[in-house]
Every structure is written in C-alpha cells, then in structure tokens.
Design a protein. Structure first.
Length: 157
C-alpha cells in the first residue's frame, strides 16, 4: 500500500444523504397511504381516525427533522497530516475546520462507518463537541479522493 500523503478534503451537504432521506420518506409515505386507503375507519367512529392522524403527524415531524438535519449537516474541511511512518502503516493527525470560521480542531477519533467506494460515512470526535457524522463524496474533490481513502486506511479509520 502507498503511504498516505497530506490531504485536505472539502466536506459539504451530501446529495446521497438527501436522496437516501427522500427515498425513505417516499417509501414510508407510500406505505402510510396504502394503510389509509385499505383501512375502513368509518366503522370505528372518531376514535378510528386517531391512529390515522397520529401517523400523518408523526410522518410530518420526521420529514421536517430529516430536512433540517440535512440542511444543518456539517460543512468544513477535513485535513490529514501524517507525522511518522510505522511498521504496518502511517500515523498522523486528523483535523476539522468548520466553514463557520472557527480554527482547525484536532480530532480525537475518526471512524469509517460505511464505505460505498464513491462516498463514505465518517464519525469523528471533536474535543468539547462530541461526535459528528459526515458523508464525504468523491464528487467534492475527485482529484484527491484516492488520497483521502488512503489516509482513512492509514489512520486505521
């Protein structure tokens, strides 16, 4: 394996995450609509409509939460700085710079949770902020995508 070079990679809102949330919302709405169409609530009276209303309100709450969580997804820059090469791999430090203007934060942990080759779900820990989850996509910076993937493997993420 090639040693991982220093990498600076932009992180923004992920189109795949939006598509995934949209598909989940559409499937759950379709199942809910089928339930409403196939159920005969007229025989239950007013109490029969209560689960129907609760389901619609619950779906609307979820859809609002999903949209807002996508809008507020972390945007910034991931940086990998290798500082020594060990027998079996390299070690170094990951840092995160938020687009809000704060300085770089050294990350205490970086974990690759899902890897779909062209997009990766990462979980990292910022001191004082807890865990953050970000989707990183090849389309954000195709020229450095392989370098980022090498850095993730080299850091044992």
């Amino acid at each position: 394996m090639h040693n991982a070079p220093s990498v600076v990679f932009p992180v923004g809102r992920c189109a795949f995450q939006a598509w995934l949330l949209g598909a989940l919302g559409a499937v759950s709405a379709a199942v809910g609509m089928l339930f409403l169409i196939e159920s005969d609530f007229r025989t239950f009276g007013v109490r029969g409509w209560l689960p129907c209303v609760a389901g619609v309100v619950g779906w609307l709450i979820w859809a609002t939460w999903a949209f807002l969580s996508w809008l507020r997804s972390p945007q910034g820059t991931l940086r990998w700085e290798p500082w020594r090469v060990e027998e079996g791999g390299a070690s170094g430090v990951w840092s995160w710079t938020d687009h809000a203007g704060a300085g770089p934060q050294v990350l205490s942990g970086m974990e690759r949770v899902l890897d779909f080759q062209s997009r990766v779900l990462l979980r990292f820990c910022e001191p004082g902020r807890g865990q953050r989850w970000v989707w990183v996509e090849r389309g954000a910076f195709p020229a450095r995508w392989n370098d980022l993937r090498r850095a993730l493997v080299a850091s044992r993420a």
